[in-house]
Design a protein around this ligand. Structure first.
Ligand code: ATP
Length: 463
């Protein structure tokens, strides 16, 4: 990200180039809900694939799962979400903006404990009232804070009049699907502790504040992995996963070290024994990107208690039986997407004094890998040759055929969506079967024989 990059730059590019749209935009949008456009869909898919490869494919003791969004409401009672998954909500008495009181306080360096009662949080707010202000009107006159439960309710399967009394919930986090399937996975696969179960899927939260673009959505996607370990090994495994996840951002996503930060939670959620976040330097400051938590054996123990089903592990060698502890890694697809866009967004001054915007995405994340251009639109033989090249590449790579405007404009368009290579078919191609290949980052161009194109791309696109 170049220094002066703002959220407006990112939001504008995301919309202009079809990465992200507001949901139901023609109806005026729908707060904190967004859609991925054509390139956003590709980028999100590539992010999911990279994470899956890192977590599941490359670890022979981590298996995948795809559990449902709807689960028995008992799951959410047992997990503590019905009783304790809430944020402190207050309203500005002047402009009626709803605010999260813990965030108001956090902005002025005061950290509220997640376990605080409404009374305690109100006391903290009144002690710091002089320092805080409404993000919309800047006044500091708020209603009393009340705990607001974040679970989203539905009437699924409930056909009585007053379903709100016995709601079914849209899952608030994907990992509960993992915990309730612990026994199924254990009984049906050959995993042995330590092992992990990974899942990617939608989660829903009635977030109080809807700001900061896709950073905080009400419908979002999580990539979570629960690693089941012997209680004696939890600290070692915890440190191991902290290191692995940090290295993922540096080595696999190419993030600059100075844009990442560790943040240790002192006041963590009801289930956790330790919680560190990897923070990313978004244009609005360092904020949580991924959480790495020691969840103790809270989830398995409470699900065992509520369901009456034993959830334990027996070591086949020693016969020792225990309830595994869990190291969790949890990151949002949408948050990683936003961080990736911010990291890649670059404004460059060119030699001719003009500026270009280029998304310097890792090649493996680029929505389009190769763009193929005929030099001129209205020359049939150039078009035919370019189509031939495009057709030969499209089964291997996400390619785009573009004959709109002049080649310079086409380069700019591809730069903005982060396409690593542009291939131009010109009149010489018809004579010597060579094409011009132009690199996104260096803007250097080289002539390559069509027959060598695939191996060239194969070699260069894997990095
Ligand atoms: P916060 O304190 O910001 O509300 P959290 O600590 O409740 O977040 P977790 O429950 O730890 O978040 O969620 C794990 C990960 O899921 C986060 O690190 C983030 O990447 C992602 N995530 C959580 N909530 C949202 C959301 N509303 N929109 C997008 N991603 C989210």
């Amino acid at each position: 990200m170049s220094k002066e990059t703002t959220m407006e730059d990112i939001v504008s590019l995301a919309k202009r180039r079809g990465f992200v749209f507001s949901s139901s935009e023609i109806y005026g949008g729908f707060a904190a809900v967004y859609d991925f456009g054509p390139y956003g869909t590709e980028l999100a898919k590539n992010i999911r694939e990279l994470w899956w490869k890192e977590m599941v494919q490359e670890n022979d003791n981590i298996v995948g799962l795809d559990s449902s969004i709807f689960m028995s409401p008992r799951v959410w009672e047992a997990s503590g979400h019905v009783g304790g998954f809430s944020d402190p909500l207050a309203e500005c008495k002047n402009c009626h903006t709803r605010v999260r009181v813990d965030h108001l306080l956090e902005n002025v360096g005061v950290f509220a404990d997640e376990k605080m009662s409404d009374e305690e949080i109100n006391k903290l707010l009144s002690e710091n009232l002089e320092k805080v202000s409404c993000p919309k009107c800047n006044k500091n006159d708020f209603s009393d804070a009340k705990s607001f439960n974040l679970l989203v309710k539905s009437n699924l399967g409930n056909f009585t009049g007053d379903w709100s009394k016995e709601p079914t919930y849209l899952r608030g986090e994907t990992c509960q699907g993992i915990h309730v399937n612990f026994k199924n996975v254990l009984d049906s696969s050959r995993v042995k502790v330590p092992f992990g179960i990974a899942q990617i899927g939608k989660a829903f939260r009635n977030e109080i504040t809807a700001r900061q673009f896709i950073f905080r959505k009400r419908e979002f996607e999580q990539m979570e992995m629960q690693y089941f370990v012997h209680p004696d090994d939890v600290n070692k495994e915890y440190e191991n996963w902290r290191e692995k996840r940090w290295n993922f951002y540096i080595n696999k996503l190419g993030f600059k070290k100075e844009n990442l930060n560790w943040h240790e939670h002192e006041n963590f959620a009801f289930y956790a024994k330790a919680a560190w976040d990897i923070e990313y330097k978004f244009p609005f400051g360092f904020k949580e990107l991924e959480g790495i938590h020691n969840r103790s054996n809270h989830d398995l123990s409470t699900h065992a208690k509520y369901s009456g089903v034993k959830l334990a592990y027996r070591n086949p060698q020693t016969g020792e039986e225990f309830v595994p502890w869990v190291v969790e890694t949890s990151v949002g697809v949408d948050r990683m997407f936003l961080a990736v866009l911010c990291e890649a967004y670059t404004q460059e001054k060119l030699e001719d004094g003009k500026e270009r915007i280029v998304l310097k995405l890792p090649y493996k994340l680029a929505p389009v890998k190769v763009a193929v251009f005929p030099l001129l639109k209205n020359k049939k033989d150039l078009q035919e040759k370019a189509r031939e090249v495009f057709d030969s590449l499209k089964s291997k790579y996400m390619c785009e055929y573009d004959d709109n405007g002049n080649v310079g404009k086409r380069y700019r368009r591809q730069d903005e969506i982060g396409t690593p290579y542009c291939v131009t078919i010109d009149f010489d191609t018809l004579e010597d079967s060579s094409v011009t290949v132009r690199n996104r980052d260096t803007m250097e161009q080289e002539r390559i024989k069509i027959e060598d194109l695939e191996s060239f791309l194969e070699k260069n696109l894997t990095r």
